[in-house]
Ligand binder design. Structure first.
Ligand SMILES: Nc1nc2c(ncn2[C@@H]2O[C@H](COP(=O)(O)OP(=O)(O)OP(=O)(O)O)[C@@H](O)[C@H]2O)c(=O)[nH]1
Ligand SMILES: [Mg+2]
Length: 435
């Protein structure tokens, strides 16, 4: 995500942290580098100018009595301003009325239908709501089927009436939703250009006649500067309430993400980070700023872990670990939990300083994970509980059974022992955690 921008800004931040003294001269030099990184990321020049002016102004009036070093203080200023630029506070999705009605609009192929499925999935899974998806793309032949397919995959109901007038479909869907106690209505609309009067009128007509709670513009983050014209075009005709920025997992430079709030005053509410139905994240400006600056996004990791990992199980394991009676069976359970988080590389990338430690491109061999699993599964319960009994012949049997080698079995046992020792030490309070 925003690799280039992130790289360049992190280099500047790294450099400046080392400065014992901040002079007007080195501020100017840093500002030049920040300006270039932002321009290269396709951030609108007006936004860049205001951003750098603000940072510079704050840096010149920096608190010299601060506990932080001048370099650190400067980094903090950049982080705070970047957070502001990305929208400041997190913008929640509207929940006022029941049902809450959301309409997704945007250019063709921007990701509306996908976002509709993802949002429905998010509302049900994270907010415990009952969403109804409404098919209002009456122009593209396969559009209704696409939404129905997503509905089937997610087991979320789709309301459709074929090629009727969209306003009529919405009104009927609304009655249906009230009767059947749905909490959210998500309207998927056809892609259109902001300059297509006839199609824009169709959306306006829905907006004028239905009490919409949110009109969300879905924008492909790979778009260049032109995205702002699109956003303004839609915003002039409709009362947009926010933006969903899609395809952040792609090769996007970051320009739209960093320009949209400043130029349109619309908050980014969600970002799309994969094609899959769980690839939608709430947008938090501060976390994104931290991530761009390589300060890590611990909060998002914690949330992800909380979503996927059974808390009671985790607590039980932690207690066992600290006491030192953690066995290979528990280790196997842990592996399974970790696997639920998806590719570990993605998690590692969110850690603070991952880049500097060379961890951002780390590849975790999924084969190694499955070998470990296979090795443990080839042990008897007794062996898992008490690996000390594993002598040469048993190890050979396990290696054969798991399709690995004795060397790999030994490696796993050693890692396990090391981990156990460390855990025991932590549990005894003899070792201090580094935070
Ligand atoms: N990688 C990635 N792909 C996405 C994301 N969101 C959507 N896509 C892909 O983008 C393509 C277009 O998505 P749709 O949801 O069909 O777009 P749409 O806006 O509904 O398109 P129209 O209905 O034709 O206007 C599909 O191949 C999606 O899988 C995302 O966040 N990341
Ligand atoms: Mg669509």
């Amino acid at each position: 995500m925003f690799e280039n921008l992130s790289d360049r800004l992190q280099n500047v931040m790294h450099k400046i942290k080392g400065y014992g003294r901040i002079t007007e001269e080195n501020i100017s030099e840093m500002m030049r580098e920040i300006r270039l990184s932002l321009l290269e990321a396709d951030v609108n020049y007006k936004v860049v100018k205001e951003f750098t002016n603000k940072v510079k102004e704050k840096a010149l009036g920096m608190d010299v009595n601060s506990k932080l070093s001048p370099g650190e203080e400067f980094v903090k200023i950049v982080r705070d301003e970047l957070t502001e630029l990305l929208g400041g506070d997190h913008a929640e999705l509207e929940t006022k009325s029941n049902p809450t009605i959301l309409m997704l609009v945007g250019l063709q192929g921007s990701g509306k239908t996908t976002a509709c499925g993802k949002l429905a999935n998010y509302l049900r899974k994270k907010k415990n709501k009952k969403p109804l998806m409404v098919a209002c793309d009456i122009y593209r032949p396969a559009a209704i089927d696409q939404l129905k397919q997503l509905g089937k995959e997610l087991n979320i109901e789709v309301y459709s009436e074929g090629k009727k007038e969209p306003l009529e479909i919405v009104n009927n869907a609304l009655s249906y939703a009230k009767e059947n106690k749905f909490d959210y209505i998500l309207i998927d609309t056809a892609g259109r250009l902001q300059i297509d009067d006839k199609l824009m009128e169709e959306l306006k007509n829905i907006e004028d006649n239905v009490k919409l709670n949110e009109v969300l513009l879905v924008i492909d983050s790979m778009m260049g500067q032109d995205a702002i014209n699109v956003i303004n075009g839609f915003n002039d005709r409709l009362n947009l309430t926010g933006v969903i920025l899609t395809k952040l997992d792609g090769d996007t430079r970051g320009g739209v993400a960093l320009s949209v709030r400043h130029l349109t005053n619309l908050p980014i509410k969600f970002v799309g980070v994969s094609e899959k139905m769980d690839g939608l994240q709430e947008f938090y400006p501060d976390r994104m700023a931290n991530r761009i600056l390589g300060m890590g996004d611990i909060l998002s990791i914690v949330e992800k872990v909380q979503d996927e990992i059974d808390e009671k199980e985790a607590e039980k394991t932690a207690k066992k670990m600290m006491k030192g009676n953690f066995d290979l069976e528990d280790f196997l359970d842990q592996l399974k939990q970790i696997k639920k988080l998806g590719p570990l590389e993605n998690i590692i990338k969110m850690l603070p300083g991952a880049k500097k430690m060379g961890l951002n491109n780390v590849e975790i061999d999924p084969k190694r994970m499955s070998h470990i699993e296979a090795i443990i599964l080839s042990m008897t319960p007794e062996e898992r509980h008490n690996p000390d009994i594993l002598k040469a012949s048993r190890k050979q049997r396990i290696a054969k059974g798991s399709g690995t080698s004795v060397q790999e079995v030994n490696q796993l046992l050693k890692q396990f022992e090391d981990m156990k020792k460390m855990m025991k030490l932590m549990g005894s309070g003899k070792m201090k955690l580094p935070f």
